[in-house]
Design a protein. Structure first.
Length: 232
């Protein structure tokens, strides 16, 4: 897609595009939606982390037949990486990204919803650990070096921008955002929120949204489809 910011990345993987087409269908049931979102998240995450991480040596070990080898891990280290799902639909992407990383990482949650009239984001939950570790409270966590935002859909871009702003205020050095689908306008808006610190990876990109802020043709309300709350 022409004229997108340099920090916007749309997957061209044929298998991902086929799965995205299946996910769009109104006939796809909840179990299939959950599976497809997971599989697409793995593929988007694979591309995002290939570009966002580097390898580093991590001591030595021995193979099952006794040969020594140099262990490899990722940089930044998992302890300095945070997964940040946007509640509620971002939760569906956590297992996918967790499966790609070599060891468990902290998961911090942001609760955001769009106000129905203005379509602007409202934060109702934030469990980012703003307090740094101290001798009296060693479990308190400081800001991550790399935060990975997870949200299946970037529609208007307002929610993504709000999440980026919260993480930047927290003190993260870099942000990678992974989404299943975005609009061109929403993707541009999110990428321009912090151009030097954010890279956004998406499975596909549609042109725009309707008057209700829903992507056309889009995926419908992906949260309702994931959690079987249609018609609420």
């Amino acid at each position: 897609m022409a004229n997108l910011p340099k920090n916007a990345h749309i997957s061209q993987h044929p298998c991902l595009q086929a799965k995205l087409s299946q996910l769009r269908s109104a006939s796809t049931n909840t179990q299939q939606v959950q599976t497809l979102v997971h599989e697409i998240a793995v593929m988007v995450g694979y591309e995002a982390l290939a570009a966002g991480l580097t390898t580093k040596e991590d001591g030595t070990d021995k193979s099952p037949i006794g040969y020594s080898y140099t262990r490899t891990t990722v940089s930044p280290s998992p302890a300095k990486i945070s997964l940040v799902p946007i509640l509620r639909s971002g939760l569906s992407m956590v297992p996918a990204l967790s499966s790609l990383l070599p060891s468990p990482v902290p998961v911090h949650h942001l609760g955001l919803y769009r106000e129905k009239t203005t379509l602007q984001p409202v934060e109702y939950y934030n469990n980012l650990p703003y307090h740094s570790p101290t001798a009296s409270n060693p479990s308190a966590g400081g800001p991550a070096e790399l935060a990975i935002i997870l949200d299946p859909v970037i529609a208007t871009g307002a929610t993504a921008c709000s999440a980026i702003e919260s993480l930047r205020d927290w003190g993260v050095k870099r942000i990678v955002m992974c989404a299943v689908l975005a609009t061109q306008e929403g993707l541009e808006k999110a990428c321009n929120e912090w151009p030097e610190g954010v890279e956004i990876w998406v499975g596909g990109c549609d042109a725009d949204v309707d008057e209700k802020g829903m992507i056309k043709p889009g995926l419908g309300d992906i949260g309702d489809r994931l959690f079987l709350t249609l018609g609420k």
